[in-house]
Design a protein around this ligand. Sequence first.
Ligand code: PLP
Length: 382
Amino acid sequence: MISSKLPNVGTTIFTTMSQLAAQTGALNLSQGFPDFNGPQALLDAVGRHVSAGHNQYSPMTGLSSLREQVASKILRSYGVSVDADNEITITPGATEAIFCAIHAVIRAGDEVIVFDPSYDSYEPSVELAGGRCVHVQLTDGEFAIDWQKLTDALSPRTRMIIINSPHNPSGALITRDDLDKLALLIADRDIYLISDEVYEHLVFDGVKHASVLAHETLYQRAFVVSSFGKTYHVTGWKTGYVVAPPALSAELRKVHQYVNFCGVTPLQWALADFMAAHPEHVEELPAFYQTKRDLFCELLASSRFQFKPTPGTYFQLVDYSQIRPDLNDVDMSLWLTREHGVATIPVSVFYQQPIPEQRLVRLCFAKREETLRQAAEKLCAI
Ligand SMILES: Cc1ncc(COP(=O)(O)O)c(C=O)c1O
């Protein structure tokens, strides 16, 4: 008999819903990935570098040309200088960065505060490190930090807080004011921070993303994580990075060195080329996705779903309480997939303790216009 180290982990809802979408031929608006390709120049660059022989291990910290490009993107986006050699590490996906950051500092018995609804990789990573997640619910409706609940959750064992903005699944944004409050709250405590900013460039309506990279005090104790997959429409490349002060980066690299050692070499070359040649890609991204959000919301306006256009990410939450209040959100997602041909993600799976009366499902609008129109037609017919 195997005594599982992760007894509560099974097949994730993302796998289940994508499989069901494939079986039933439903439009897959569940898992968060685009149904369109990345920029052609980026794709072409991979072929070029593979042919040129850039197929062996890259440096453990990542190709220096890519780290330099990340540093200059950070300078352009947030006006801060980070040291490409000592503060930036390229990882096989943001997921590996999060895992390594947790394992770099969390020991047996440590507590890690996560905000529910929260991304599913945080808790198993903490548990494998011997730590325990303390779940603090974001406010119902706005998905903002409840400062009283956060204060109450702090204990002498709290070693880390994980924040995520723009937030999956709600799209909610943490503001600069929130970061100031957080800095004040943990000023005298020995607490590290993971700031999961994989959707950093998907912020809409002219709002500026409040990055921990630009918060001098918080950054001193932070691992700031991002993903090329989200920014360049290539989620399957599983290539990301983590930015942290030199001492924290050094500890993270000790773990990363033995989890995976390095990212995929030709992909790093291609990303470095593309970022150098097309710095405008990042600046154009908010408008690119805002157009999709606006189209999708406009198309859904005549449906019986209720929603507020999301302020960030490529996810739109919709409330179905006027349609099937009798169904919980898992059953609603199955019903929508099987009966109406649109696969969604139930929001309750992001909670340790789901809110029983919540009637929300998540739709991914990182899709071609044609897909969004077809999905909206089906959803409006319900
Ligand atoms: C909030 C959040 N963090 C991290 C990740 C993982 O990113 P990557 O695919 O680069 O590992 C995702 C992917 O969906 C995400 O939504």
